[in-house]
Design a protein around this ligand. Structure first.
Ligand SMILES: C[S@@+](CC[C@H](N)C(=O)[O-])C[C@H]1O[C@@H](n2cnc3c(N)ncnc32)[C@H](O)[C@@H]1O
Length: 140
């Protein structure tokens, strides 16, 4: 996802539904990207903070425990999503109103309903177990 969105150290990456923080932590380690992870599950936020400290990137990343549909994501240049289509639909209004033009949105497995005309790339990636993952890149 990071490669397909061409994430660099100049980006500000928001991961919506950050789980254990792996996406923003990987971007911080690989590219020095500043990242914000948001998850509604506070236990995942604590895991993310522990993982960021273990990876030595705590100065580059921040994790927020809240419902992402109410978040301020206006600083983002890249947003990553691995949520069900219903949740992607719930995120759509804030993606449309808060993101600056040319911001990239990268989705794992599930598309953003209604954003067909913004889609610039669909890629199928196979993991080490032979399982297929679908990645969709959009430009706001
Ligand atoms: C499939 S996991 C993705 C985890 C991580 N981004 C990854 O790729 O490994 C989805 C995460 O989204 C979170 N989530 C679901 N709805 C949310 C919402 N409205 N606001 C914030 N987080 C949400 C869940 O708690 C869960 O941790």
């Amino acid at each position: 996802m990071l490669e397909l969105a061409s994430v660099t150290g100049r980006d500000v990456l928001f991961d919506i539904g950050c789980g254990d923080g792996r996406i923003v932590i990987t971007a911080a380690r690989r590219y020095g990207t500043r990242g914000i992870g948001i998850d509604i599950d506070k236990a995942m936020i604590r895991d993310s903070e522990r993982n960021a400290a273990a990876a030595g990137v705590e100065r580059l990343v921040k994790f927020i425990g809240m419902d992402a549909t109410k978040a301020d994501i206006s600083e983002a240049t890249v947003v990553s999503l691995y949520l069900l289509p219903e949740s992607n639909s719930l995120m759509r209004p804030i993606l449309e109103t808060q993101l600056r033009p040319k911001s990239r949105v990268i989705c794992h497995n599930y598309e953003i309903p209604g954003w067909e005309e913004r889609k610039v790339l669909t890629e199928t990636v196979e993991d080490e177990n032979g399982e297929k993952h679908y990645i969709y890149l959009y430009v706001r």
